[in-house]
Design a protein around this ligand. Sequence first.
Ligand code: ADP
Ligand code: MG
Length: 671
Amino acid sequence: MIEDYSSLLKTRLSEVLRTTNAHLSALKDLRILTIEDFYYYFPKSYRDERDMVSISQLSLDQVNVVQGTLAKLLSRRTKTNKIMTSAWLGDDTGAIEVLWFNQPHIQRLFRNGDEVILTGKIKYNGGRIYFPSPKYEIVRQKQLHSARLVPCYHEHGPITSKWIREKINPILKGTAFLPDPLPEKIIENEHLMSYGKAIRTVHDPHNEEELKQAKERLAFDELFQLHLIALKRRQEFRNKFKNTERVVTVSPENSREFILALPFELTGAQKKVIEELTVDLGLPYPMSRLIQGDVGSGKTVVAAFALYHVIKSGFQGALMAPTEILVRQHYHTLLEFLGRYHFNIQMLTGSLVNSVKRDILRQIASGTVDIVVGTQAIIQENVSFKKLGLAVIDEQHRFGVRQRELLQKQGSPHVLNLSATPIPRTLAMVLYGDQDVSILDELPPGRQEIITRLVPEEKRVDAERWIADQINKGRQIFIICPLIDESDVLGVKAVTVEYERLSTEVFREFTIGLLHGKLATDEKEHIMSKFKNGEINILVSTSVVEVGIDVPNATIMLIEGAERFGLSQLHQFRGRVGRGAHQSYCFLFTNYKNEVSLKRLKAMCEYASGFRLAEIDLASRGPGEIYGVRQSGIPDLKMASWADGVLLQRVHRAAYRYVAELGIRKITKGA
Ligand code: ADP
Ligand code: MG
């Protein structure tokens, strides 16, 4: 009997299990050292063997579970010198012959008269019906391996499912004494099964309903812990960067003026995010918010709203984008929204002559520049803002970790990240830690649908002819190629091969540009601007073309080897077209024939929302594969799933309430 149950979990299995060194060493491979590790080695699936049949009911086409008495147990050698053990299994309704091939231990294990449960298919061969090599278990008080929902585990060497069931069952009693890690109130409010019962149930479920509750409980715990960590990180960030000097006044009059002057009506989603920003800007610590929204959802105007109030309150603003082309694009968009207020808005790019650059830097330092639009160069050491109130960062994943440090040097301004990579909100929260997340999940009215089609190899020629026709009508086209092999990290080989093929065979009469990761930045920009200006008909590229470039005349996005990309990435590519007046198309070329694999790609044809696609992507691939586990720090989940939006929402709310009740200030509206 173990007295101290708090130490129960930490008890080493080598002290409590009677087993061999080979088993212990295999357990070690699986990182199962303590009782807790063992409890947490959850089954991967369950076999439903609850329906037993009598011998007269045995059926040829399914797995049968049948209980009976063994008789005439006999082993002999076959002509090929193998051992065959035979017996008869009988019950009130009849008897059937059982044959085990090459399992000499059967003869030692059983005696005539033993009550056993056999599981397997029966066979009809040469005029007789028999049971070939069924699974077996002696009838005991409690069946472990048959006649129940049988848990099946990932097996490793001598650690078989059967072995685990034998070993774990006796120590499951201890679960009754496990302290529950969740606060009682949450367990009550959320109607959760107790912790100990949940652990016991996943290894020994009575029925599906109970199993479902147990899994839900353990998934809840797993996600709850992650949310607590994220909330704590956020709190620490806030305490560290208290900043009463950066409080921006968002006056309702100014807001109204800004909104009324816009050339369009804001979408509902934009209005909601603007409300969230209004709260953030007035708080005594730097805002750290991520706005996620599909391409074209109108993130820039929302950022302009924040910049506008920041300037009105006497601060400066910065808007950063990953490339010069995007910087120029943003600059013009900002002028569209803010031009009428006569703010001093400057562009700071690498291509400026030094004297101009020096002059702008001086103006930034003296405070005469209100807004600087530039690449990340604008927060480098040699730039010093007089009073930076807000930094807007477009496509933040392109910036390094040093970005926050640099911003700190500029007096810890508010930070607004814009991203067109949709990640479900709750996942984003765990992923991005100290950031609040806003979502623009609504496109402005009147956006055209991009017609998306899967193109099998046999339709290639037709498709290429159609595309040539479109180019002759003046349209432009993107062609994206995946990496062909591991060694081709930058995809140079893949695009080069395709570029050759297209320019010598298929599209000889057109001008084709080539873009890949090995080109220098200014070369890349040069090709992009030629494409933008219409000097190039076709741009063949690796995935480097991903970020928000705007080429209204490009109407076709053709993706080779589409099955090699994730849905979120495909969706990003697709967002590069459909920006002008012409109907746009996305063609996914694939050699895949397999229905299951095609299903994922078909979702692209069906859904236009990046968030919907991100969820589907998550359900089929998991976040590690999509976002890269290392890079993102997303932990592997044992029980929960990132695709379970409903549970994630519940956990999210519970964690917020819990933290709020602990006395930590509730920070975000609507949480
Ligand atoms: P993204 O979210 O991809 O950065 P942008 O901010 O560039 O999107 O906006 C795309 C286009 O939509 C811009 O031309 C912008 O002026 C326009 N736009 C933004 N919001 C609205 C709206 N509510 N109604 C109509 N057009 C809008
Ligand atoms: Mg944008």
